[in-house]
Design a protein around this ligand. Structure first.
Ligand code: ZN
Length: 328
């Protein structure tokens, strides 16, 4: 029985997508591959209960506009046991151990699906461009990975897989800033914190450079400062971003070889500075990936922007309910 049949054919099925981030909770009706009646509130990270209440409020506001949904999809920056919807690990928001699917299913009284936010974003991108095989890397505070293979999210045996951000790029590289025992993984080399670390280190080595001035004044260089300096042509800042681009290119080649996607997309906050590292990354990837695969796979920046998480979560719920959300 599909959701449409369950609804007795009276009303078109409706799906609400929710994107729970470290700073904001966004929710919207997802219809025809677009978001409608989008609401956004600051994330209450005081405790898990307050966070759940915040999600309920946001979804309630969307329901007030569009009526009760057929299902709700939720993307969270956490590791999820997909079948049970339990949060296994969560660094930035207080949901570790929470049975999110069960808790919210009880509150909304409709099927709820919970997934990692990078998986949701990958599904949104795949839907937007009509790709059946897509890999997404989200470059931000962490590096998220999302795989859409054959039109559906691939998440491993229980939902914890596809952690592309923890692929090792340099066995002796710096320690991973995430909740990961590895060193030299993508997140340790191509994330916002990696950019800050490298810009700050170079500033310490060169006290008379612009980076050095920032370290003297503020004891560190922020990612935004490094990007602004690089845009202004500062050679040290450009070198730091070039290095990040090179490591990203190594990552891209590895991922292309492993999955042969139709499309590999780059998203996340750091991708807004892609003009400073994408050419280098592309060159490095071209020099390393198998030529036969390179000829078939494309590399692009994400196109769904800030809506990716909400859109993907809604599409996930629709796909799980057998209504829509097919990609390609
Ligand atoms: Zn790692």
């Amino acid at each position: 029985v599909t959701a449409r049949e369950a609804a007795g054919g009276r009303a078109a099925p409706r799906f609400i997508g929710v994107d729970v981030g470290g700073t904001k909770v966004a929710a919207a009706l997802v219809r025809d591959g677009q978001t409608h009646h989008r609401v956004e509130h600051p994330t209450d990270v005081a405790n898990g209960q307050r966070l759940l209440d915040g999600i309920e409020v946001a979804v309630g506001e969307v329901i007030a506009h569009c009526g009760p949904p057929t299902g709700v999809g939720i993307g969270v920056p956490s590791q999820i046991d997909y079948a049970s919807g339990q949060v296994i690990d969560s660094v930035n928001i207080p949901l570790a151990g929470v049975s999110l699917r069960q808790e919210l299913g009880r509150r909304f009284r409709v099927p709820v699906y919970v997934d990692n936010d990078a998986n949701c974003a990958a599904l949104a991108e795949a839907f937007a461009v009509g790709a059946r095989h897509l890999v997404m890397l989200t470059l931000g505070t962490g590096v998220g990975g999302g795989l859409v293979l054959g039109g559906s999210i691939y998440r491993g045996a229980s939902g914890l897989g596809a952690e592309l951000g923890h692929i090792t790029i340099d066995a002796d590289g710096p320690e991973c800033p995430g909740n990961c025992p590895n060193r030299g993984c993508v997140e340790a080399l191509c994330s916002g914190p990696a950019l800050e670390r490298d810009a700050t280190e170079l500033g310490r080595e060169r006290p008379h450079s612009r980076l050095g001035e920032l370290v003297r004044e503020h004891d560190r260089v922020t990612g935004h400062q490094a990007v602004a300096l690089a845009r202004a042509g500062d050679p040290d800042a450009l070198a730091v971003l070039g290095r990040l681009g090179r490591y990203l290119g190594v990552t891209i080649a590895t991922v292309l070889n492993a999955f042969e996607p139709d499309l590999l997309v780059l998203g996340g906050g750091l991708s807004r500075a892609a003009d400073l590292f994408l050419d280098t990354a592309r060159r490095e990837a071209h020099a390393r990936a198998l030529p036969s695969i390179l000829a078939r796979s494309e590399l692009a920046l994400a196109c769904t922007g800030a809506d990716a998480g909400v859109l993907g979560a809604g599409l996930l719920a629709a796909q799980e309910e057998g209504v829509a959300g097919e990609t390609g």
